[in-house]
Ligand binder design. Structure first.
Ligand code: MN
Length: 130
């Protein structure tokens, strides 16, 4: 079976490397985009199985990028999880409202991260906010 492909839209190299290592160790193939715009383009061209979206990106808020992905028939069925340190209830609600199926908090929990991503992919839009 081909590995599931995860697109990480993240501008912070340390977070990116950690998330990539954890996902690759769990058998995923990882794609990366450092800006929202590149993330949207990669989502369209590569059709990943899921997207992890940083909120604080250099060119656009990650939730705004998620809204654009959800408005496009090409990308709207790809589950998107917000990836951010902002994790107050209001932030989670905002992520849900933008179309995210879950919320992964930074700093990344190295023991749980890959499992949370697996849940996200398997359950799609029925996944509760993590
Ligand atoms: Mn960032």
């Amino acid at each position: 079976m081909a590995p599931k492909r995860i697109l990480i839209v993240e501008d912070n190299l340390m977070n990116l490397e950690l998330a990539t290592d954890l996902l690759e160790a769990a058998g995923y193939y990882v794609l990366h985009a450092p800006t929202a715009r590149e993330g949207i383009d990669t989502a369209k061209t590569a059709a990943p199985d899921a997207i992890l979206m940083d909120i604080d990106l250099p060119d656009m808020n990650g939730l705004e990028a998620t809204r654009l992905l959800k408005a496009d028939p090409l990308t709207r069925d790809i589950p998107v999880a917000a990836l951010s340190a902002f994790a107050m209830k209001e932030d989670r609600d905002n992520a849900r409202e933008a179309g995210c199926v879950g919320y992964l908090t930074k700093p990344i929990d190295t023991r749980k991260f890959a499992g949370m991503v697996a849940e996200l992919i398997l359950q799609g839009d029925e996944t509760p906010c993590l």
